[in-house]
Design a protein around this ligand. Structure first.
Ligand SMILES: *Cc1c(COP(=O)(O)O)cnc(C)c1O
Length: 500
């Protein structure tokens, strides 16, 4: 089957063409408004050497041209509101619109971050409840809502672990052990916290190799950071033995819980014995992400680390809700974020939790896992599945056989998907899988969408054998073809010049 136009109702299509810049659209004398001419003596007070030698060169356009320019540009965006978005390791694509309404309520948006506690009781109550609910979800004792991202939550957790070891006079613990299937932010966090990163390789089944881990553990180990489910979409099956080994070595266990949608209501890291974790509210709990907007990576911890959580936490006493006072919990590692973090993100998460309730959250993880396993089975008809199933919320597939037989690479498959009207999945990550595709459908997609995506992937695999050059030349229907991504990143051209 050869497709140049998007076939599926669920697909968005390549969309409109690139737009000329406003400067290119500009015509002298055209304009949308009247700006009063300055008085003739306006420049008299400005020294000659500080005056412009040439006119400013602002584009001249009327209002409809400006509006159309930006609306047409916006149509070039691919978004979850326009089509399926199977990026792996980017949990939560569809974000309920009602939570956007809640986050925009004036009582939240107009509250000054330095308002006295008595004037902020509603927001403080929401934050207090959210702290408790996230602690409940994680099986943990206490939560700080401060960190503004998952990576910052990780850093916070590792700094808490360091404070814990230091408080016990256990100063030699400088190593953080990270499996090679962990998220890239885990080793980055360890380095940023001043620790030495020790990478342990995965076993053939994709889980942590316990023997290798045991050999790496020792009196200098501060912590083990475990992304669970891992970036292979696999739940760590040997978790009990693993945590026992970590604790026996005197180290603490950090769980990267960015993708809690895989296990919500089914598995609580605190019950398993993890000491500290973060959750990504902008992945599992409603805030849109992917555009680099604000996030929240609250940290939840067990009893032994609660004293070190960054302050101020929201507490409740006879007078109502309030923030901890400076110095109230002297063991706290300090602030990690100005004010109270990204409160709008907290409001969305709270609304999401309220709307779902415990039973609803369990359904979220069931649906996410079901959708991923369904898609995995269908994609497996045309691609390699390097690890046995079942998977959790995402799965890895590989185009290594396509590459061997036809020369078509994962990158080509991803580009050809654009011609089918789909956003490509994550590719070449995690690094430990050859010609890797990391695919995550999430809980909100219908079986029709999953089928349409699987059909497109399988059609591309067939096409690779019949007409590999066509796949390698993709995309053919997008406004731009293959871009030189390395040069774009290294020598970005960010300024328009009329000389070009
Ligand atoms: C997204 C993600 C992170 C990092 O979260 P940010 O909010 O982007 O900093 C960490 N770990 C895992 C497993 C993730 O998926």
């Amino acid at each position: 089957m050869t497709i140049d136009a998007p076939p599926a109702a669920t697909a968005r299509g390549a969309g409109p063409a690139l737009q000329p810049t406003l400067a290119e659209l500009s015509r002298p004398g055209r304009g949308g408004g009247k700006v009063p001419h300055p008085p003739s003596d306006a420049l008299d007070g400005i020294p000659t050497e500080l005056r412009r030698a040439s006119p400013l060169g602002l584009p001249e356009l009327n209002e409809p041209a400006v509006i159309r320019h930006f609306v047409n540009l916006s149509q070039l965006n691919y978004s979850v509101d326009a089509g399926f978005y199977p990026l792996g390791s980017c949990t939560m694509k569809f974000n309920p619109k009602v939570n956007e309404w809640a986050a925009r309520l004036h009582g939240f948006t107009q509250l000054h971050p330095l308002s006295p506690d008595q004037l902020a009781q509603g927001t403080l109550e929401l934050m207090f409840d959210l702290q408790s609910e996230l602690a409940e979800i994680g099986g943990m004792t206490a939560v700080s809502l401060q960190p503004a991202a998952g990576a910052q939550g990780e850093l916070t957790g590792i700094l808490m672990i360091r404070a814990y070891h230091q408080a016990r006079g256990d100063d030699d613990r400088r190593d953080v052990i990270v499996p090679d299937s962990s998220h890239g932010t885990n080793p980055a966090t360890a380095s940023m916290a001043g620790a030495r990163t020790v990478t342990v390789r995965s076993a053939p089944d994709g889980g942590v190799d316990l023997e290798v881990l045991r050999r790496a553990l020792g009196p200098t180990t501060a912590a083990v950071m475990l992304t669970n489910p891992s970036t292979l979409g696999l739940f760590e099956r040997r978790i009990e033995a693993l945590l026992e080994a970590v604790h026996q070595a005197g180290a603490l266990a950090y769980m990267d819980g960015a993708n809690m949608n895989a296990v919500l209501g089914r598995f609580r890291p605190g019950d398993a014995g993890f000491d500290v974790m973060h959750l990504n509210l902008h992945k599992t709990f409603s805030t849109p992400h992917g555009g680099g907007g604000p996030g929240a990576g609250p940290v939840a911890c067990a009893d032994r680390l609660a004293a070190y959580l960054p302050g101020p936490l929201v507490v409740r006493d006879e007078a109502g809700y309030r923030l901890e006072r400076p110095g109230e919990r002297p063991t706290a590692i300090g602030r990690v974020r100005a004010y109270q973090g990204n409160v709008g993100v907290l409001v969305r998460a709270y609304a999401y939790l309220r709307a779902h309730g415990a039973a609803g959250l369990r359904e979220v993880s069931e649906d996410a896992v079901l959708a991923a396993n369904y898609l995995r089975a269908r994609i497996g008809e045309g691609y390699q599945l390097p690890f046995g199933g079942p998977c959790k919320h995402e799965f890895v597939a590989s185009a290594s056989a396509l590459r061997r037989d036809t020369g078509v690479r994962t990158l080509d498959v991803a580009k050809r998907l654009i011609d089918h009207g789909f956003h490509p999945p994550t590719i070449y990550f995690p690094l430990i899988v050859d010609e890797c595709l990391l695919i995550e459908p999430t809980e909100t997609e219908s079986v029709d969408t999953l089928d349409a995506f699987a059909e497109a992937m399988l059609a591309i695999a067939r096409e690779a054998y019949e007409d590999p050059d066509r796949v390698k030349a993709a995309p053919s229907s997008a406004p731009v073809r293959r871009l030189d991504e390395a040069s774009a990143a290294r020598q970005p051209r960010l300024r328009w010049s009329s000389a070009r």
